[in-house]
Ligand binder design. Structure first.
Ligand SMILES: [Zn+2]
Length: 236
């Protein structure tokens, strides 16, 4: 197994909201993409872990993923322990991703920022030769932080105008989370509500680069540009 892009997320249905359009776009370009969900959402009010993992497999087909897995770590109490880091590091050695997408390091839900932390540290550990003598060391060359729900200026935005509908279909595969229910309410929005909300967010980011829909990312290092004349996105 050798993936071009691996997104590591805290919960099934996270990538479908934050970087799924980019994953679809990369798969359409011929790259091998994958998603590793750290938990199965076992603390969620609606749906069982089995349901959510089954739904994530349906979503994986819509996202055109080459691989998807679940680590079954404890939901809502994800912890950056040595066991968690080592488990994830071994996964990274198996999957050998060139690029890893992590959740942005500040978030409302602790699982999201803890996932970003474990992910970053596991990527580093995975590159250490002596970590494990039975597997080959591997370190991704690039770490991207998905910053859709963070109030920060993106380092770059991917145009997902052509992928937005497919991403929406992937998200709505989580019938246990987004299906219509009698109770309704704001925590569990119904289909129209979730369409409106995610559409508005994607439009917001798309607008920043002059396209319909976009997904934002942050990188910690500088971005190299070779041709300043051909740089996209108008300044005025
Ligand atoms: Zn989540």
């Amino acid at each position: 197994m050798s993936l071009d892009v691996l997104a590591i997320a805290a919960h099934p249905d996270d990538v479908e909201q934050t970087c799924g359009g980019t994953l679809i776009r990369m798969a359409e370009m011929g790259y091998r993409t994958g998603v590793l969900d750290l938990t199965a959402g076992d603390m969620g009010t609606r749906g069982t872990p089995e349901q959510r993992v089954a739904e994530s497999e349906v979503a994986a087909r819509h996202l055109l993923l080459h691989w998807r897995g679940n680590q079954y770590m404890p939901d809502a109490r994800l912890e950056n322990t040595i066991t968690a880091r080592m488990t994830l590091a071994m996964r990274i050695r198996e999957l050998r991703p060139r690029v890893v997408i992590l959740p942005y390091w500040e978030a409302r839900h602790p699982d999201h920022y803890v996932c970003g932390e474990i992910g970053f540290e596991a990527c580093f550990l995975a590159g250490l030769k002596k970590l494990d003598e039975y597997s080959e060391p591997h370190r991704p060359s690039k770490i991207l932080y998905s910053s859709l729900y963070a109030d920060v200026k993106p380092s770059f935005i991917v145009d997902i105008s052509a992928q937005f509908e497919r991403r929406m279909t992937a998200l709505l595969s989580y019938v246990s989370q987004y299906g219509e229910t009698a109770e309704g309410g704001t925590l569990f929005p119904n289909e129209q509500e979730i369409r409106d909300r995610l559409g508005a967010i994607a439009r917001f980011y798309g607008n920043q680069i002059g396209v319909k829909y976009g997904e934002p990312f942050v990188v910690k290092e500088a971005i190299q540009i070779d041709d300043i004349v051909a740089m996209p996105v108008r300044s005025m």
